[in-house]
Design a protein around this ligand. Structure first.
Ligand SMILES: [Zn+2]
Length: 219
């Protein structure tokens, strides 16, 4: 996009949960999730000198798994001590092959991997805070120590971990962009109408988060 300077000293590409568990064939497959990998690799080979990645990383029996709540099904919502929590199929189990970063992902410029969701009783969508909104992953401190002020986010899923990461980043004062064709969403229907992808987009736009495509950045 014209006008966005990608100063390598202050700009970082953030890759959210680019893991086979969220791709076709995985436990919590996002439609077209694997299509983000080649797009991200082009960005990593081109305009972005520095990147970090997150990994969803749950112990067996994690509280976000529907299987941990007798009588509940995947995609139900339950009240947790920290608020409402959507329940998911068992996914991203620590050490499993599908919890690894996707094997085709070009990791050469990935300088930090942040694992999240490893506390049994708290889920973690955002790269910055767990779902209690106060337990930090430490990412903000690392980015500030590196002098980063501008973040471009890509990965899975648009409406959950990418959106929560973008929202927290904007609130923490970063200039934030979501690279739309380098993300895919889950798109759960909402009781008030619409779905989680369109709702997330509106919420992020209201916070000043920008939306770009890889073509804007690759020129
Ligand atoms: Zn998870």
């Amino acid at each position: 996009m014209p006008g966005i300077a990608l100063d390598p000293a202050t700009t970082m590409l953030g890759l959210v949960d680019v893991q086979p568990t969220f791709m076709p064939g995985g436990a919590l497959a996002v439609a077209g999730g694997d299509a983000v990998v080649p797009v991200i690799n082009r960005l990593l080979a081109g305009p972005f000198a520095h990147a970090f990645a997150t990994q969803d990383w749950h112990p067996p029996g994690h509280s976000s798994f529907a299987s941990s709540h007798p009588g509940r099904a995947a995609f139900d919502s339950v009240e947790m001590p920290y608020g409402m929590q959507t329940l998911w199929p068992d996914h991203a189990v620590q050490g499993s092959a599908e919890a690894a970063l996707h094997p085709a992902l070009d990791q050469r410029r990935i300088e930090l991997v942040v694992r999240k969701g490893f506390r049994p009783a708290i889920d973690s969508y955002s790269a910055f805070f767990e779902n209690d909104r106060t337990t930090t992953t430490g990412l903000d401190g690392w980015l500030r120590a590196r002098g980063v002020s501008q973040l471009f986010l890509a990965g899975l899923a648009t409406d959950y971990c990418v959106a929560f990461s973008a929202e927290d980043a904007a609130r923490l004062g970063y200039r934030v962009f979501v690279i739309e064709d380098a993300c895919r969403g889950i798109g759960l229907p909402l009781p008030e109408g619409g779905d989680t992808v369109t709702a997330a987009r509106a919420r992020l736009a209201a916070l000043g988060v920008g939306f770009v495509t890889s073509a804007d950045l690759l020129g």
